[in-house]
Design a binder for this molecule. Structure first.
Ligand SMILES: Cc1cc2nc3c(=O)[nH]c(=O)nc-3n(C[C@H](O)[C@H](O)[C@H](O)COP(=O)(O)O)c2cc1C
Ligand SMILES: CCCCCCC(=O)C(=O)O
Length: 388
């Protein structure tokens, strides 16, 4: 597609293609959308400290996460109901990920079933995002199917005992368009009603289990025998508990600002989590990532992999599988440029010292000079006291 050179270009084009009700569902955050906006603006407050003369002639973005190699540290986060963006939905998104050798995560609430995605994109490196249902047998059956279909890990979303109030969905009485279902289920679990407000809120209250506690994660690890990551962690306390229960990774997320409004931006929450458990487990982050500089900043603050949610939906809406590939290519090229200009040849060259909060430059003081010196000795391990 010509003329589309940024993720924002894809978003604007998608807005003119997708029906309003679906675009509102994809775009919206909870309540006043403070957290959704903060996810973006917080990246803008971070500065990259570039290093010079580092021989960046040959650059390499490959990373290994949970033993699997990916072509770059950018993957696709789970988003529900992708056939509202394009008739090929999740299969096209997963195939784009396979073609670019990046991680794809399928939502429990997909319009294509786990089997359809596994058959349609057999080479896609894929994880499965799990919502735990009140009817536990339903979850158990689904996990068995996920394993059989070849998904490599489970990502349990822990920020959704119920769904945040997305005002546009309430006003639109959001429900799935005719012909689309939650394809992993049959019967009542496959449909959304939207009787008195948003069908999502009604469905969540009826179906999902709000009584979950950390021991349920232990149960899932034992029962599934798959690596389990927890998605939606925003504090070092929860990160510590998660690691003590045996998870294989922490996915720092505020659900794209769609759950608790006033929660911190994920790039603000990341440093305390990295400082607490970053040397013991895999750290993934998502939320507001829209260009290669954002990815670089998240890696500098200690993430091992950075995920995109809405940008893949915009790519899908604009041109199906090819559109997602183009969005991934834009981000890859931008990260590559950022690495070169910041003096990094490979991902492991990106260190904690490559990123500082704007206050370091705009509000310079002795205290902050000391902080920088402290940082120099700790490199990636420490988090920036007094600046965040
Ligand atoms: C339309 C939409 C649907 C989503 N569906 C799910 C879902 O089914 N499960 C889940 O864990 N997170 C879901 N998320 C959250 C994403 O996985 C991810 O955390 C978020 O989109 C990242 O922020 P970004 O969109 O700014 O990149 C959804 C987000 C959006 C925008
Ligand atoms: C329970 C039906 C709602 C699907 C929610 C998918 C999701 O996580 C979202 O943010 O939307």
């Amino acid at each position: 597609m010509s003329g589309l050179i940024t993720v924002k270009d894809f978003e604007d084009r998608a807005a003119s293609i997708i029906p309003k009700e679906a675009f509102d569902y994809y775009q919206s955050g909870a309540d006043e959308e403070q957290t959704r906006q903060l996810n973006r603006s917080s990246y803008g407050r971070l500065r990259i400290r570039p290093r010079m003369l580092r021989n960046v002639a040959n650059r390499d973005m490959k990373v290994k996460v949970l033993g699997e190699e990916f072509s770059m540290p950018i993957g696709i986060a789970p988003t529900a109901f992708q056939k509202m963006a394009h008739p090929e939905g999740e299969v096209a998104n997963a195939q784009a990920a396979a073609n670019r050798k990046v991680l794809f995560t399928l939502s429990t609430l997909s319009n294509s079933s786990v089997e359809e995605v596994a058959d349609g994109a057999p080479k896609s490196p894929k994880w499965f995002q799990l919502y735990i249902y009140k009817e536990r047998k339903l979850t158990e059956k689904l996990v068995q199917r996920v394993k059989k279909a070849g998904f490599k890990a489970l990502v349990v979303t822990v920020d959704s005992p119920l769904f945040g109030k997305r005002r546009a969905d309430i006003r639109n009485r959001f429900t799935l368009p005719p012909g689309l279902t939650a394809a992993n289920f049959e019967g009542v679990q496959a449909t959304l009603q939207g009787q008195s407000g948003s069908g999502l809120n009604e469905y969540g209250e009826q179906q999902l289990d709000p009584s979950l506690v950390w021991d349920d994660i232990k149960w899932l690890i034992k029962f599934s025998k798959l690596p389990v990551l927890v998605k939606g962690v925003l504090t070092k306390e929860d990160a510590e508990i998660a690691v003590s229960k045996g998870v294989s990774g922490i996915w720092v997320s505020n659900h794209g600002g769609r759950q608790l409004d006033s929660a911190p931006a994920t790039i603000e929450a990341l440093p305390e989590i990295v400082a607490a458990v970053g040397d013991r487990t895999t750290i993934i982050v998502d939320g507001g990532v829209r260009n290669g500089k954002d990815v670089f900043k998240a890696l500098a603050l200690g993430a091992h992999m950075v995920m995109i949610g809405r940008p893949a939906l915009w790519g899908l809406a604009v041109d199906g599988q090819k559109g997602v590939e183009q969005v991934l290519d834009i981000l890859r090229e931008e990260l590559d440029t950022t690495m070169a200009l910041a003096g990094c040849q490979k991902v492991s060259d990106i260190t904690r010292l490559h990123v500082l909060h704007e206050e370091y430059y705009t509000n310079f003081s002795v205290r902050q000079t000391e902080t920088l010196m402290e940082l120099q000795s700790k490199e990636r391990k420490g988090w920036l006291k007094g600046i965040f």
